[in-house]
Design a protein around this ligand. Sequence first.
Ligand SMILES: *Cc1c(COP(=O)(O)O)cnc(C)c1O
Length: 410
Amino acid sequence: MSLTTERTGVAPRRTAEEVARAEARTAHNYHPLPVVLSEAEGAWLTDVDGRRFLDFLAGYSALNFGHGHPRLLAAAHAQLDRLTLTSRAFVHDRFADFCAALGDLAGKDMVLPMNTGAEAVETAIKVSRKWGYDVKGVPDGTARIIVAAGNFHGRTTTIVGFSDDPDARGGFGPFTPGFDIVPYGDLAALEAAITPSTVGVLIEPIQGESGVVIPPDDYLPGVRALCTREQVLFVADEIQAGLGRTGRTFACDHADVVPDLYVLGKALGGGVVPVSAVVGDRDVLGVLHPGQHGSTFGGNPLACAVGLKVVEMLRTGEFQAHAAALGVVLHDRLAAMVGHGVVSFRSRGLWAGVDIDPTLGSGRDVCERLMARGVLAKDTHGSTIRLAPPLVISADDLGWGLDRLEEALR
Ligand SMILES: *Cc1c(COP(=O)(O)O)cnc(C)c1O
C-alpha cells in the first residue's frame, strides 16, 4: 500500500504532458482530475509516473468487480479467439445463455441487450410507449412517462430533455415531448401526476448522480402499488444502483419490490465492454416485433460472454455479501466524520454520497486533496462527493482510503 513516488502536489512530467495533450485535442465535455492512468488491478490503479491510487469511484459502478478481474478477463480472452461480432441478423452461440442467465437473475422472462446505459433507457422508453398503445390502449401519440426531479438517465437528446439539471439540458433543445417530472420520493405527487395517458414511471431506486439520494422506505413499495393499481409500467433504472453495489443484486431488493422493467448497464459489462439490457416479462417486452428496434452491437458475442460471466459471479451472492459487510464499515466511518468536515451523508452498501462542509472547499477541491493522498473519487454536485469503490476492495484498503478522506477533511 505504500506509494512509489513522493507526492508534492505538482504534477510530474509525464502527467503534465499527457493532460495538456488531451486538453488540446478533445472536446472539453469532461473536467477530469489531472491524473493519467496506465495500469490497474483490483481496486488499485497506477499512473504514467508510477504513482498508485486506490479507486474510490469504480467507473461510476461500471467496475463493480474491480480492474482486470481474472474470471472476466478469461471469459473475454477466450471469446476474442472464437467470435466477436455477428450482428443480430444471425444468432450466435453465446446469446441464449446470456439472455437466459440474466433473465433468471432478475426473475424475468426476457432480455433485450443493448450497449450503453442511455440506449437501454431509450429502449425502455420505446417499449413503455409501445406497451401503452398496444396493451393499455392509450390513443396513438399521446403516451406520457413520469420521471423524477434530480434524475440522471444518460445523455441522449430525449433523455436530457427530461432532466432538470441545467448543465445536462441547456443548449440541446428542442426536446422530445411526453414526460412529466415529479419530486423524487414523493408518493402523493406521483399519484397526482398519473393520468389515463400515463404508460410508465421511470425512476432510479437510488439516485446516483444526484448524490446517492435514498428515497423514504415506503417509496418504492408505494410506486409499485400505484403502478399496479393504475396499469402503468414501473421502470427501474438500476444502471448504477444494481448488480451488487448496494449489497443486494438490485437496489429494489432492499424494498422487496419487483419493477416491470429493469434497466441495467455499467457493471453488466464487467469493466471490459459496454453491455446494457432491458429485462422484463413477455407481456411487456413481447410488444416488440422484428424491425421495430435494434442495435448493430447489442448482444454481440464478446458482450454476451462477459455479461454471462458477470451474471455467474453475481449468482453466488458473494459480491453482494462483501458489499453489504463492508458497507457497514463505510457507514460507521462516515458517521464518525459527521461534524468533522462531513455535514451529512447517505450510504447503502459500498456506495455513499458525502456532503462536505462547504467551508473546506468544493467537492472538487476535496477530490483533488484525496488524489494527492492516493485516492481517486469524484464530486457530483457542489460539495457532494460520491464514494463507490470496487466491490472487490479489501477491508484494509477501504479503511486506508477512509483514513485519507479524514485527512483531506482536516
Ligand atoms: C450512467 C447512467 C446511465 C447512462 O449510462 P451510459 O452508459 O453512460 O449511457 C443511465 N442511468 C443511470 C442511473 C446511470 O447512472
